[in-house]
Design a protein around this ligand. Structure first.
Ligand SMILES: NC(=O)c1ccc[n+]([C@@H]2O[C@H](COP(=O)([O-])OP(=O)(O)OC[C@H]3O[C@@H](n4cnc5c(N)ncnc54)[C@H](OP(=O)(O)O)[C@@H]3O)[C@@H](O)[C@H]2O)c1
Length: 260
């Protein structure tokens, strides 16, 4: 089935980076927009991140895509979250069921919103490989357009069943936590400049860019959404979102560097 592609492109996550510090969030957003980032991922689970994102985006919403989430055990609560998001952002382009919470209950009303043209795509997310079987069950209903899941050179469980399934069903893939989550464990102990040198021809100058490009070079992946509280890193990460993409040999090289 044909996938309505979102990318390949680098977006911006907002977990733990857009909540407490609104002026800080604005400087990160300024840098991300200047670097060409247009897709922003959030959730009601991320404290005040949605309202900070909306405030920082004020006057600059046109041309951007909001991917946010419903994280609620009941339809009433989910609808209340959605109405708040519509106040923040005007509309939501990609509405995802966060961590599969009550996904069967939320699907019908989200589909109504999509049919009415108020949401472009409906998605479902989970960060834990232990929940991949349920994520797979959800996708097999053929009612979701997008799945958000983890994938990085050291965390590859989604390659076994979910990525092939997403490709088969025409579901777009958003990759969360590309650096292994808050604190970026995958980026500790970065390879040396000499070790990164073979990747320079691919526009890669830093280990973070190598990891992001490894993710986006999987043709089944549409979007990767690293989070940062530092404007310079928002620009660094965004720069990994354009070709040339890595081939199998370069991807294997990045995997070896990650394991070292
Ligand atoms: N279940 C779900 O749906 C779910 C679960 C998890 C995440 N997500 C989404 O995915 C997004 C990303 O995941 P994440 O926030 O868990 O983790 P992540 O993006 O893997 O890592 C974030 C960490 O990486 C650091 N970092 C960012 N860019 C860097 C760079 N160029 N060099 C060095 N360090 C860098 C950041 O530190 P600094 O702030 O110091 O730069 C931050 O501590 C979230 O924000 C959220 O939008 C969704």
């Amino acid at each position: 089935m044909e996938i309505r592609r979102l990318g390949p492109v680098v977006g911006l996550g907002t977990y733990r980076t857009f909540d407490a510090d609104v002026p800080g969030a604005r400087t990160v957003l300024d840098a991300a927009l200047a670097a060409g980032t247009t897709i922003f991922d959030s959730s009601p689970m991320y404290g005040d991140a949605e309202s900070s994102l909306a405030a920082a985006l004020d006057g600059r919403r046109e041309g951007t895509t909001i991917a946010t989430k419903i994280w609620a055990p009941s339809v009433n609560e989910g609808r209340a979250q959605y109405e708040a998001q519509r106040r923040f952002f005007g509309r939501v382009e990609i509405e995802q069921v966060h961590n599969l919470v009550a996904w069967e209950e939320h699907l019908p009303w989200l589909e109504e919103e999509r049919s009415a043209g108020r949401i472009d795509r409906i998605g479902v997310t989970h960060w834990s490989a232990g929940s991949f079987p349920e994520l797979e069950r959800a996708l097999r209903r053929r009612r979701f357009d997008v799945v958000q899941l983890p994938l990085n050179p050291l965390e590859r469980e989604s390659e076994h069943r979910l990525l092939p399934l997403a490709e088969e069903l025409g579901v777009a893939v958003i990759v969360l936590s590309p650096f292994g989550g808050t604190g970026a464990p995958l980026l500790r102990g970065s390879p040396s400049d000499d070790e990164l040198a073979p990747l320079r021809a691919f526009g890669i100058a830093t280990w973070a860019q190598a990891v992001l490009k490894w993710v986006l070079s999987d043709p089944r992946v549409d979007l990767v959404i690293p989070a940062t509280s530092r404007p310079a890193r928002a620009a660094e990460n965004a720069a990994a979102g354009s070709p040339p993409w890595l081939g199998p040999d370069e991807r294997a090289y990045v995997e070896r560097l990650a394991r070292a």
